[in-house]
Design a protein around this ligand. Structure first.
Ligand SMILES: [Mg+2]
Length: 303
């Protein structure tokens, strides 16, 4: 019996194809500074209040952050339209401007995707991430690599914030429309939104990928790549697929890590980044990558 695909490559996104930590710290701090200029609410206060919002939303990449900060709500005293136009929109643009500079793939990523597609044209490349589906697509699109993926699996889209009293939606209509679009960015591949409890290191997300691609029973032809030893490598090991550890993604400057901790609940950080050093108890990957381009040799050797 022949199966549909001979091999399968499944990639984590954050800190595997680009430096998520540097990008997010730079963009969020730019956003906070902009909002401080407008409202006078200090960056440190916004950062502190953000921890709680991120925790409640189950994602550090919650895109409707500013309108949910108590100090900002207090500043605008229920005038939602004014808050959206005066603070939220300029903040969003400040974030986006910074993203333009920082959303760049690691060295060799684009060339490596091209090489893989040339050498193995029929072998699907899948993105599996704990980031919300829309946010993941937005990032891959800006990185210029979305079209290399045949499918994307992310977690549920962010909750749309509403004012508890007036029930008014606290998002500008054009932004809301973008977020609700299912087939965004002209992506031709499959998009699947997984339930929150499919989050890594749970095995259900990766299992869904394997089932969708008819790879069950052929796990030795699947390579799963991620930067987080405990979550990504651990998950791959427990399912029995081949695993590559993107060690290069764990090299984070201490000051950037500190800046990240200013606004992120500790627990949540682990969703996106591996802050733990390797220990004896860490799961063993089949291969360690010191650059994304080493992936070609790993595919050759392992699957
Ligand atoms: Mg990662």
């Amino acid at each position: 019996m022949t199966r549909k695909y001979e091999k399968l490559l499944v990639l984590d996104i954050d800190n595997t194809v680009f430096d998520w930590v540097s990008y997010y710290v730079a963009c969020l701090n730019e956003l906070f500074s902009k909002v401080e200029d407008i409202t006078g609410v200090p960056v440190a206060q916004q950062a502190l209040e953000s921890k709680k919002v991120f925790e409640e939303q189950g994602s550090i990449e919650y895109p409707f952050l500013i309108q949910e900060l108590p100090s900002i709500a207090a500043h605008y005293q229920g005038d939602i339209d004014r808050m959206l136009s005066e603070a939220v929109e300029p903040g969003r643009l400040a974030f986006k401007d910074m993203a333009q500079k920082h959303l760049t793939a690691y060295d060799g990523v684009l060339e490596t995707f091209k090489t893989i597609k040339d050498r193995w044209p029929h072998f699907p490349i899948i993105a599996l991430t704990d980031a919300p589906r829309y946010v993941a697509m937005w990032k891959l699109n800006k990185l210029g690599i979305l079209h290399y993926f045949d499918a994307l699996y992310g977690l549920s889209d962010p909750r749309i914030p509403t004012d508890p009293e007036s029930k008014k939606v606290k998002v500008a209509p054009e932004i809301l429309y973008k977020h609700l679009q299912q087939s965004a960015f002209d992506f031709k591949g499959i998009v699947r939104t997984l339930p929150e409890d499919y989050e890594k290191p749970g095995t259900r997300g990766l299992k869904t990928v394997l089932m969708d691609h008819d790879m069950e029973g052929h796990f030795d032809h699947v390579l799963w790549v991620g930067d987080n030893l405990r979550k990504d490598v651990g998950l791959g090991r427990s399912l029995g697929v081949r695993t590559a550890w993107a060690r290069y993604g764990t090299q984070i400057e201490p000051e950037i890590k500190d800046a990240l901790l200013q606004f992120s609940p500790e627990l949540n950080v682990h969703k996106n980044v591996s802050l733990d050093p390797k220990s004896d108890a860490s799961p063993e990957p089949d291969v360690i990558l010191d650059s994304f381009s080493e992936l070609v040799a790993a595919i050759d050797k392992l699957i």
